[in-house]
Ligand binder design. Structure first.
Ligand SMILES: Cc1ncc(COP(=O)(O)O)c(C=O)c1O
Length: 424
């Protein structure tokens, strides 16, 4: 999708401090040149294949298809990328761009840690210095990812301001970039932020939809009837949908985090039911969850990767134009969908991806057996083991955690606190 000078309808643009203008122009120019340079594209495809494991398969789900008795169900297996999520497609692309620009360092911010891990991995592979900003609360919630980032050689900086989550980490990453742009690149992980990031991230992610096209034609001789993707910032959705924008007959469905309820603070529904409002924040114009004064609101999702207050300007524009349908799935529906995929197909999905599964499962039975749907499985669920274990009330998991903790003598007290139901 080409923007109109960084805008998609009324969304997008570049709202950044003056000091970053030169750097932003440099990224724009480097990207414009790279996307048209066959040598860059070849290097990118080589890394995708040899490092990340592309192409990822399109998997037919015979058991689920029989279970719902409607459309034929296929999964696009982005969970099989190195690092376990689609994030890798974009990070490799921007990593190569950093080398091309002659810069030596990458800065990133991360919520759940998936983007942070992918950035730290690629920085190690390409020989770049790496600093990751992460809200202090997220550092505590997602410590296994922090551990791996540090082992990979990245510096992880816990952000203790504001809500101590992704929003604040993002502000710190921007602040770092303002002082370090001469040798550093801010590697944004989703199709948000100032131009050209929404366009650039979507360009790198579009490999998903291009492969789905080719694989559909090869495997069943037609294009799919319907596509489903979860929408956090919007990068896996843009990646799946954009190569199909000329085909209105292929319906595109974006799925937001319905969380615990419809009250502000309980969900991350920005587009479905018009719960978000137009605004400008974090470098771009889009739809944000905000109050009457324009203050950004707290959000919630069982899936950390969908727990975001804004949305890609590309997704906001396409939804406004009626070119994609937005819906949402609640935390409970998501856990049910995740469990069903485990039992029926032997695949462990990320909770983010389980939003797309939940919406597709709701609708599959209403379609005919001649119709085919493709659900983007954006990531694998290993990282979600703690949340899923709690959600399904696995009786032995707390016992496992206690016995694990007991191997750390200093934390024995903590272990017994947890046993009494107190927060850890
Ligand atoms: C597995 C997975 N899927 C989806 C997302 C949501 O991001 P986006 O909407 O940019 O695809 C994330 C974000 O962390 C993720 O880890």
């Amino acid at each position: 999708m080409m923007s109109d000078n960084g805008y998609y309808g009324q969304y997008g643009g570049s709202y950044i401090p003056e000091i970053l203008y030169t750097s932003q122009q440099q990224v724009q120019q480097a990207f414009d040149e790279a996307r048209n340079d066959p040598a860059f594209i070849q290097a990118l495809e080589q890394q995708w294949q040899q490092y990340s494991g592309r192409p990822t398969p399109l998997t037919f789900c015979a058991n689920l298809t029989e279970h719902f008795g409607g459309a034929q169900i296929y999964l696009k297996r982005e969970d099989l990328n190195h690092s376990g999520a689609h994030k890798m497609n974009n990070v490799i692309g921007q990593g190569l761009l950093v080398k091309r620009m002659g810069k030596k360092r990458v800065i990133a911010e991360t919520g759940a840690g998936q983007h942070g891990i992918a950035t730290a991995l690629v920085a190690a592979r390409l020989g770049l210095e790496c600093t990751i900003y992460m809200g202090a609360k997220d550092v505590a919630r997602q410590y296994p990812n922090v551990f791996w980032m540090r082992q990979l050689g990245a510096t992880v900086i816990p952000v203790t301001t504001g809500s101590q989550t992704l929003r604040d980490a993002l502000d710190e990453a921007l602040r770092d970039w303002s002082g370090s742009y001469a040798d550093s690149h801010y590697l944004i992980g989703t199709s948000c932020g100032c131009a050209p990031f929404p366009e650039m991230v979507s360009f790198f992610q579009s490999v998903i939809g291009r492969e789905v096209r080719q694989q559909s034609l090869a495997q069943f001789g037609a294009l799919p009837d319907r596509l489903y993707a979860c929408v956090g910032g919007g990068s896996n959705a843009c990646g799946l949908f954009l190569p199909f924008m000329d085909e209105a007959q292929v319906e595109k469905v974006g799925v937001e985090a319905g969380g615990k309820g419809m009250a502000l603070g309980e969900h991350s529904i920005r587009l479905s039911h018009d719960l978000g409002q137009p605004g400008i924040a974090q470098g771009f114009a889009s739809i944000f969850l905000q109050d009457d004064q324009g203050q950004l609101q707290e959000t919630h999702s069982i899936a950390a990767g969908l727990d975001y207050v804004g949305v890609s300007p590309i997704i906001a524009h396409l939804a406004e134009q009626g070119q994609l349908r937005m819906t949402y799935a609640s935390d409970q529906e998501v856990v049910d969908a995740c469990t069903l995929l485990l039992k029926k197909e032997g695949i462990i999905p990320a909770l983010e991806s389980s939003h797309a599964l939940a919406a597709a499962f709701r609708e599959a039975g209403t379609l005919s057996p001649q119709q085919r749907i493709v659900i983007n499985l954006s990531g694998r669920g290993d990282k979600d083991i703690f949340n899923v274990a709690r959600a399904v009330q696995d009786a032995e998991f707390p016992q496992f955690l206690r016995s694990y903790l007991s191997e750390y003598p200093d934390n024995l007290q903590l272990a017994s606190d947890a046993g009494q139901g107190r927060a850890v």
